[in-house]
Write a protein that binds this ligand. Sequence first.
Ligand code: GAP
Length: 466
Amino acid sequence: MDVLVSLCKRRGFIFQSSEIYGGTGAAWDYGPLGVELKNNIKRAWWRDNIHLRPDMVGLDASILMHPQVWKASGHLDHFTDPMVDCKACQHRFRADKVEEQSWIHYCPATKGNKFEVPAGEPCKHCNVRRSLCPDCGKGELTTPRQFNLMFKTFMGPVEEDAAVTYLRPETAQGIFVNFDNVLQSMRLKLPFGIAQIGKAFRNEITPGNFIFRTREFEQMEMQFFVKPGTENEWFETWRAERMKWVEGLGIRSEKLRWHQHGKDELAHYAADAYDIQYEFPFGWQEFEGIHNRTDFDLTNHQKHAGKKLDYLDPKTNERFIPYVVETSAGADRTTLVVLCDAYREEQVRGEEAAEGGDQRVVLKLKPSLAPLKAAVFPLVNKDGMPELAHRIHDDLRRHFNVFYDDGGSIGRRYRRQDEAGTPYGITIDGQSTQDQTVTVRDRDTLKQDRVAAGKLVEYLTQKLAG
Ligand code: GAP
């Protein structure tokens, strides 16, 4: 992970939040290239889920909601993680995560010899289970306590109990409380979905692994409302759809797998759940979940708000509360998947090696997701090349996000753009000023085409399609 974190900083993808104050470790800022990459992912999700589907509409609900929402949704009572504290250094851990790490043990049964005991296992000599702090190795751990993950805040100027509310821990509730507004205003018929992208907040006990687990993050969520009895079929349909979408981002399929939640893993609202997992450098982990939420949320909001949240079937005249199949992806975690999957270290040969060295780091991003689509390079800063290069850059930037770079050797400029994942490098050389053609270097094949400057928009449009 460290090499990716450092590349993300070096190339302007992701910075630690408040870095000049030492950072927070639990929040990250997207730099000029990172915001483009994340926006491209969010735009692809919005286009494919909303614009390209006849049965889906979008929503943008607020982060602050009526505090009763969180009582009705079950988050106040059930959205907790078991937590243990070290009695010596006071560090706090998720109890289940402590069990997942190997630990160093000075075993009394072997005169205090030091052993690394594998995760989840007792010491094979003395049979003792982990009870000491994973950080300081000295302090005893407390017995687990439940810790609510919602961020508490106050609505209005008075900090009193009546003014307490929460930053939403999932965007989904904004969709449920607007179910009837959307249904009536858009005159929808089941089955249909409401989708939104937005920030969510969780006071995670152990944030970490870069942008994988943070306290502030973005979700791309969709609630699909169906007639009770059809939810299992829709659940399978959405599982297939979501895996297809993820693969469409260019993610290698051998790095993806399903994980079905066991009974003890299911969220309080879910009757069934599957995660899409990716093999990150730190192991297989979830980045999207598909959940059968039954009628849990609408039923509870109907009860707590005292407002009808049912559906009148126009064919049968029957009234019922729809069931819900949810697809819930993290925009940041999906961005991390895309970055991890695209990251390659490669050997290069020939002219490329002579110009920029025989090793390169390259982000093989799907071109439609790449922050920059092309970079324009005048070979040297004289002989009419910069003037032509600026003209080409100005022309291209009306169509694509394109970068201009005239600093350093051409080999170094190629390498910088490889690290940024820029699919095409356009070089203006001596021949260009004579016949108005340029070379276009392909990031992945390293092949160069000579293309008429006036045909570049058409050339890149074709190459970037998809
Ligand atoms: N509405 C259902 C829901 O929120 P979840 O499995 O808790 O389900 C869905 O979260 C997705 O949100 C996760 O798969 C992950 O991508 C993202 N996510 C959850 N907690 C996160 C965190 N602390 N940091 C970054 N992303 C997170």
